[in-house]
Design a protein around this ligand. Structure first.
Ligand SMILES: NC(=O)c1ccc[n+]([C@@H]2O[C@H](COP(=O)([O-])OP(=O)(O)OC[C@H]3O[C@@H](n4cnc5c(N)ncnc54)[C@H](OP(=O)(O)O)[C@@H]3O)[C@@H](O)[C@H]2O)c1
Length: 263
């Protein structure tokens, strides 16, 4: 039987191709720009394609993708052609008292942050395994490095991906397929909080108000933060890593929690 490494399947013309989810803003957009600047082909996916947010380049393609919809995943991978790296960046947040968070909201968060990552991973794996190469980078969060209050549902969705990725990395090493984690800290500048605002309305009941107030006050004045560029750089390090490292904390606050240096 042909070993995966001897498979004739290869991306075209030695230029590597990355497919990134959630590129309409924030970390995904910065990551798309970074890989394009490094000379890679970039497939920047968005729920609602907006090519105008990216520089005009023959190396950049924008494709529609909603990670919660199997038919959208299939259509995007059909249109993308072969890829070398998948970056599962798309994510949504929710902050609030857990007892006030509707199960429908918790399921919504898991559909994107957890099951969306798993579904896309499963969709690219047969090709990666058959050709004996490929890297999957899963973007989680620094909430996986140290627990914070009022983020139980979001943390659960990301910690699930930490365990999933660590296990999968061992399983796919056999096929020379890499699986990595990027753990970004808090970036006040991305649209992450405002994108989740409607999901969070009413999630601090009166009984939690006095407890939540100083937490939100501290959140508004963080000592250390993460930038979009920090995350783009960490995803780049993860995608091109040859050391076998699994975790790539990104940003000053995440690095402080992880007790390590950047990549
Ligand atoms: N910002 C932070 O402080 C922070 C900290 C730690 C970790 N993170 C993680 O970093 C990642 C990126 O966050 P960000 O800060 O860049 O936030 P962002 O600006 O809100 O970007 C999130 C992206 O995910 C997309 N998305 C949401 N649901 C999707 C779906 N069902 N299918 C496809 N795309 C979807 C959004 O697209 P639409 O425009 O269509 O909504 C958007 O492009 C997320 O996984 C987040 O959990 C963020």
């Amino acid at each position: 039987m042909e070993s995966p490494a001897e498979s004739p399947y290869r991306s075209s013309m030695n230029t590597k191709t990355v497919l990134i989810t959630g590129c309409s803003s924030g970390y995904g957009l910065a990551t798309a720009r970074h890989f394009a600047a490094q000379g890679w082909n970039v497939i920047a996916t968005m729920r609602t394609p907006r090519p105008d947010v990216l520089p005009l380049s023959s190396r950049l393609r924008v494709l529609p993708l909603d990670v919660t919809k199997p038919e959208s995943i299939a259509a995007t991978l059909e249109a993308s052609g072969p890829i070398d790296v998948l970056v599962n960046n798309a994510g949504i947040g929710v902050v609030g008292a857990f007892e006030a968070t509707p199960m429908s909201t918790i399921r919504e968060v898991f559909e994107t942050n957890t099951f969306g990552v798993m579904a896309l991973t499963q969709a690219v794996l047969p090709r990666f395994r058959a050709r004996g190469s490929g890297v999957i980078v899963n973007v989680t969060s620094s909430v996986t490095l140290a627990p914070m209050p009022l983020a139980a549902a979001y943390t659960a969705s990301k910690v699930a991906i930490e365990g999933f990725t660590a296990s999968l990395a061992l399983e796919l090493e056999w096929f020379q397929v890499g699986v990595k984690l990027v753990e970004p800290g808090y970036c006040p500048k991305t649209a992450f909080t405002s994108n989740g605002q409607s999901r969070m309305d009413g999630l601090i009941p009166e009984a939690y108000a006095a407890f939540a107030q100083p937490i939100f006050a501290a959140f508004a004045q963080p000592a250390l933060v993460t930038t979009e560029a920090d995350v783009a750089e960490a995803v780049w390090c993860a995608a091109t890593d040859t050391s076998g490292k699994l975790r790539f904390p990104a940003g000053a606050d995440a690095l402080a929690l992880a007790g390590g240096a950047g990549c």
